[in-house]
Ligand binder design. Structure first.
Ligand SMILES: [Fe+2]
Ligand SMILES: [Fe+2]
Length: 373
């Protein structure tokens, strides 16, 4: 590890390499802005870079840097610590989140789909925010309106962090817990106001994220009473919750989750937003693990436009289950490589880091990028 020269570290500076602390924890990703004086001080004190030939952080891995930072916020809230200038912290988080997600939105979704390292709160909020970021693009939102929606998604469950932890360990819900769940939108808003956040769209989006068009939500609002950003967050919240297993229920595969939204709950949601979600993710969203007709194990890399059930798949093992050293992309139109089964994403632990190379990695030599075969 090489120390970052202190004289180079100033507010507004961007580095062409990742900066780590001495334990190898990422402090600043390459290309990201040094945003504040406290950050300058931290990097000056404990910033290192790896020698040039060391592996760069992949697009797949980059989003974990945001998950780590949201974890620190989660702990600050749980421990009731003074978290500093929250408004600025959240704004910085959202800015870096947008940069990373926009560099490779499928890698960001896949990471959250597969990840097991962070808490339910962190992965759920991050995935809801990635879905919101994608849907906001599909709906033609301005940069500012999109950032507001993402801010709402990342903070919508701030008011229920402690309870989410308890639910992870308990079996049933007490009447008080049920009451708190019904209040959690308002509770998150109250907390954010205390943090100095007063943007009415951001706060209303959170307040109404459990309101449904048919009036079956917590406050019974209907149709025109629910603004579009809240309608988007309601859908992003639901799909993100379903794709994650909980102690009291199994994981639901994406195709079942979409079917539930479309068939069972369709009166609740805005049809045109549901359709945008459907076509954006398909039945095998990025990160879905699948078995192919060739018996190889693969991961869905990205959706094929216009086809719901034939994503581009990268194989991670040979037909006998031996992990590959580098992924190989399979042509979704070739019947030999048809998907025959969806597999539990937790199986990804068995194939090691090869999965990171399925999405383009900046700085990686072209020879290691996955090739179509
Ligand atoms: Fe919620
Ligand atoms: Fe939620």
């Amino acid at each position: 590890m090489i120390r970052v020269p202190a004289s180079l570290v100033t507010v507004g500076k961007r580095f062409r390499y990742d900066i780590f602390d001495e334990n190898g924890q990422l402090l600043l990703m390459r290309g990201m802005l040094v945003a504040s004086e406290p950050q300058v001080a931290i990097i000056k004190r404990q910033g290192f870079r790896k020698p040039a030939k060391a592996r760069a952080v992949s697009n797949f891995g980059a989003i974990s840097w945001i998950s780590d930072r949201l974890t620190v916020m989660e702990e600050d809230i749980l421990e009731k610590r003074d978290g500093g200038v929250w408004k600025k912290r959240i704004a910085n988080l959202v800015r870096d989140f947008v940069d990373i997600v926009d560099a490779e939105p499928d890698a960001a979704f896949a990471n959250l789909h597969l990840e097991t390292r962070h808490s339910y709160f962190v992965v759920h909020s991050m995935m809801a925010a990635v879905v919101c970021a994608r849907l906001a693009l599909a709906r033609g939102y301005s940069e500012q309106a999109r950032a507001r929606l993402i801010s709402a998604a990342l903070t919508h469950d701030f008011g229920i962090i402690d309870l989410q932890r308890q639910i992870n360990h308990d079996t049933g819900l007490t009447p008080e817990q049920t009451a708190r769940i019904r209040q959690h939108g308002s509770e998150s808003v109250r907390m954010l106001r205390k943090f100095g956040i007063d943007d009415p769209v951001w706060l209303n989006t959170i307040e109404d994220h459990h309101e449904y068009l048919d009036g079956s939500g917590y406050a019974g609002k209907q149709e025109a009473e629910i603004a579009e950003p809240a309608r988007i967050l309601a859908i992003a919240d639901a799909i993100s919750a379903m794709l994650r297993p909980r102690p009291y229920r199994e994981r639901i595969f994406a195709s079942q989750a979409l079917e539930r939204l479309f068939v069972d709950d369709f009166q609740r949601y805005d049809r045109s937003i549901l359709e945008a979600l459907f076509w954006d993710l398909g039945f095998y969203p990025p990160g879905s693990l699948v078995r192919l007709a060739s018996r190889e194990l693969g991961v869905a890399v990205r959706n094929t436009p216009g086809l719901l059930d034939s994503p581009v798949v990268a194989i991670l093992t040979d037909p006998d289950g031996h992990p590959l050293l580098a992924p190989v992309l399979r042509d979704p139109h070739n019947p030999d490589y048809a998907i025959v089964e969806a597999l539990d994403p937790s199986l990804a632990n068995r194939v090691g880091r090869v999965i990171e190379d399925c999405w383009a990695t900046p700085g990686m030599s072209a020879g290691r990028q996955a090739k179509i075969a």
